[in-house]
Write a protein of this length. Structure first.
Lengths: 244, 319
C-alpha cells in the first residue's frame, strides 16, 4: 500500500475522504471544477497542510515525513509552469536531482538518471533550448522528465494533458500507463474517457467529498456522471458519449 | 563553463590594478610603492580605499540583485526593491537633520528596521508571501521617500546639501579599518549565498517546485531575504543608494551565461565589483577635477547598454 487516508479533511475543499492506493498502478482523480481534486493531490504531495484526519504514505503520516526523504519517493507535477529566467530544458530536468544532490556539481548518477528520464519522455532533441520557447506539449514532457529524474516511486500529476493537443494527450496517457506498471501514478484529469481507457482506479470527487471510487468503469458509470456532473452520459464499447 | 569564471576573475584583477592608477593627477606605481611621496599619498589614501569600497559595494549589490530577482521571481527586482535602503536613507537623513554622529550606523539601523517591518507584513502564519513582500517593499519605499522629503523640507541649507549628497549615493575614501569591517561582513555572507546556488535554482522556478524537490522553502526564502538585506543595508550605510548595479550586471550576465545560479552568482559577484570600480574611475576622470556622483555614471553608462540589450536580437528569448 502507498497512500492510506481516513477521515481526511482540508479547511476548504475536502471533507472526510477515505481511500487506499496500491504501490503501483494508474489512479485518476476526476470531478467538476472546484470539487477538491487539486487540493487532494496537493495533500498527497505534502504541499497542503495542515490537513485534518489521517493521510499516510507507506505507513507514515505525510506531515511526519522529512521533506528530503519524501521527495525521493514522491514526485509532483504542476499543471503548468511559468519561468521568468532562461533555464534550458536540460537544466529543468537536472533540478529533479536536487533530492540527491550532495555537491556543487552533478554526479555520474545524476547524469545517468537525467539521460534515462529524457529518453523515456523523448526530450533529448530540445535539451539545450530555453524552456520558455518550448511548446505546451514539449514543456509538459520536460516537467515530466524532471519528475522522473527524481526516481520516484509515486508520481502525482495535476491535469497533465490540459495544454496538449489530441495526439499528445493520448501519447501522454500511454506513457503514464507504461510508467504505472512499475510505480504509482496519480493524475487529476477532466477527460473521463482517458481515465476510463487508461487508468486502473478512479476517485470521483464532488464538492469536496468522494462521490465514487473503484474501477473506472464502475466509478465513472453513467448514473455517477449524471449525479456529479449533471450530464447525461452513455457508455458504449468502452467510450463515454455525452448528451448536450 | 568554468571558462567564464576565469575570465571574470581576470577582468576583476585587471580592473583592481588599473583603477587606482587612473585619476585626475598622474601617478606612477613605482613611486607610489617606494614610500613617502605625493604619489604614495594619492595611491594609498585617496584612491585605493575608494576603489576597494567600490569593489566590495559592487560585488554585494549585484549578488543581491541576482538573489532578489530569484526569490521574488521578478526580473525587475533589485537590491532596493524591498525598501531596505530607503529605510537606511531615513536613518541617515534623521541623523543629518538632528546633527547626530555616526550617520552610517543610523542608516544601518534604519535598514534593519525596514527589513523587520516588511518581513512582519509579508509573513502569513509560517509562510512568507513573496508577492506581499514585493508590495510591502514598494510601500516601504514610498513611505520612506515621504519622510525623507518631509525632513528635507525642514532642513537648513547646509543640511539640505548633505541630504542631497547622501541620496545621490557616492563613493568616498574611507578608513582602512572601515573597509576591513566591511569586508569581514560582506565576503562571508556572499560566500554563503553563492554556496547555496543549487537551492536558489529551485526557488527561481517556484516555491512548490522547490518544496517538492525536498527544499525547506520558508527557511531558504527568509535566509535569502535576510542575507540580501544585510548586504544592501551595510553597503548603503557607507555609500548611500547607488542605483542600477544590482539590475544591469545580473541581466547582462544572464544573457551571456544563462540562468544557472552556480555560474551567475559567482560571476555577478566578480564582475559587479569590476563594473562599479570602472564606473567610479569614470566618475573621477570624465570632467576632472569635478566628480560626477557614481550613481549618475552607473545609470548613464549602464542605461544605454541596458537598452541595447533589450533591443538586441536575443530579447525574445530573454523576456
Amino acid at each position: 500500500m502507498s497512500f492510506h487516508a481516513a477521515a481526511l479533511s482540508f479547511s476548504y475543499g475536502l471533507h472526510n475522504a477515505a481511500f487506499e492506493l496500491p504501490p503501483s498502478g494508474f489512479v485518476t482523480i476526476a470531478g467538476p471544477n472546484g470539487a477538491g481534486k487539486s487540493t487532494l493531490l496537493g495533500i498527497l504531495a505534502g504541499l497542503r497542510h495542515p490537513y485534518k484526519g489521517e493521510c499516510l504514505y507507506r505507513g507514515v503520516e505525510i506531515r511526519r515525513w522529512r521533506r528530503l526523504e519524501f521527495s525521493r519517493k514522491v514526485a509532483f507535477l504542476p499543471q503548468s509552469m511559468k519561468l521568468e529566467f532562461p533555464f534550458t530544458a536540460e537544466q529543468v530536468v537536472f533540478m529533479g536531482r536536487a533530492p540527491y544532490a550532495d555537491g556543487w556539481f552533478e554526479s555520474q548518477e545524476d547524469h545517468a538518471a537525467v539521460a534515462r528520464a529524457m529518453s523515456t519522455t523523448d526530450t533529448h532533441a530540445f535539451a539545450a533550448r530555453d524552456f520558455r520557447t518550448l511548446s505546451g506539449g514539449e514543456k509538459q514532457r520536460v516537467i515530466l522528465a524532471s519528475a522522473l529524474a527524481q526516481e520516484p516511486e509515486t508520481l502525482l500529476l495535476d491535469e497533465p494533458t490540459t495544454f496538449l493537443d489530441l495526439k499528445h494527450q493520448l501519447a501522454m496517457y500511454h506513457l503514464l500507463a507504461g510508467l504505472a506498471k512499475r510505480m504509482l501514478v496519480v493524475a487529476v484529469t477532466h477527460d473521463l474517457n482517458l481515465a476510463l481507457r487508461y487508468s486502473d482506479y478512479t476517485i470521483v470527487l464532488d464538492a469536496g467529498r468522494i462521490a465514487a471510487q473503484g474501477r473506472p468503469e464502475d466509478a465513472l458509470s453513467p448514473p455517477v456522471i449524471d449525479h456529479v456532473f449533471g450530464v447525461h452520459a452513455t457508455l458504449r464499447d468502452g467510450w463515454l458519449t455525452y448528451d448536450a | 563553463m568554468t571558462r567564464s569564471l576565469w575570465i571574470s576573475i581576470a577582468i576583476l584583477i585587471a580592473v583592481a590594478i588599473a583603477a587606482p592608477l587612473i585619476g585626475s593627477s598622474h601617478i606612477e606605481l613605482r613611486r607610489a610603492l617606494a614610500g613617502i611621496s605625493p604619489d604614495h599619498e594619492i595611491f594609498f589614501y585617496a584612491r585605493l580605499p575608494r576603489v576597494l569600497l567600490a569593489l566590495l559595494a559592487g560585488a554585494a549589490l549585484s549578488l543581491t540583485g541576482v538573489l532578489f530577482q530569484c526569490l521574488l521571481r521578478d526580473p525587475l527586482a533589485e537590491p532596493y526593491t524591498l525598501g531596505i535602503s530607503s529605510g537606511g536613507s531615513v536613518g541617515a537623513v534623521i541623523g543629518i537633520c538632528f546633527g547626530l554622529p555616526f550617520i552610517g550606523l543610523l542608516s544601518l539601523a534604519g535598514a534593519g528596521a525596514a527589513l523587520l517591518i516588511v518581513l512582519w507584513i509579508a509573513f502569513e502564519g509560517r509562510r512568507l508571501s513573496s508577492f506581499t513582500l514585493l508590495l510591502a517593499g514598494v510601500t516601504m519605499n514610498s513611505i520612506s521617500l515621504a519622510i525623507v522629503l518631509f525632513l528635507h523640507n525642514l532642513a537648513s541649507f547646509s543640511q539640505s546639501f548633505a541630504i542631497s549628497r547622501w541620496l545621490m549615493g557616492g563613493l568616498d575614501a574611507v578608513e582602512y579599518s572601515t573597509l576591513a569591517w566591511l569586508a569581514v561582513a560582506v565576503v562571508p555572507v556572499c560566500a554563503l549565498v553563492i554556496a547555496r546556488s543549487r537551492q536558489w535554482n529551485l526557488l527561481a522556478v517556484g516555491e512548490e517546485w522547490a518544496s517538492s524537490r525536498g527544499l525547506s522553502t520558508t527557511t531558504y526564502t527568509v535566509l535569502g531575504y535576510v542575507a540580501g538585506s544585510f548586504l544592501t543595508g551595510i553597503v548603503t550605510s557607507l555609500t548611500g543608494p547607488i542605483g542600477f548595479v544590482g539590475l544591469i550586471v545580473p541581466h547582462a550576465l544572464r544573457l551571456k551565461l544563462g540562468a544557472d545560479h552556480r555560474m551567475l552568482m559567482p560571476c555577478s559577484f566578480l564582475l559587479g565589483a569590476a563594473f562599479l570600480a570602472v564606473c567610479d574611475t569614470l566618475s573621477r576622470t570624465v570632467i576632472a577635477p569635478t566628480e560626477i556622483p557614481v550613481g549618475v555614471v552607473t545609470a548613464l553608462a549602464g542605461g544605454p547598454f541596458f537598452i541595447w540589450l533589450l533591443r538586441s536580437k536575443r530579447r525574445s528569448l530573454w523576456l
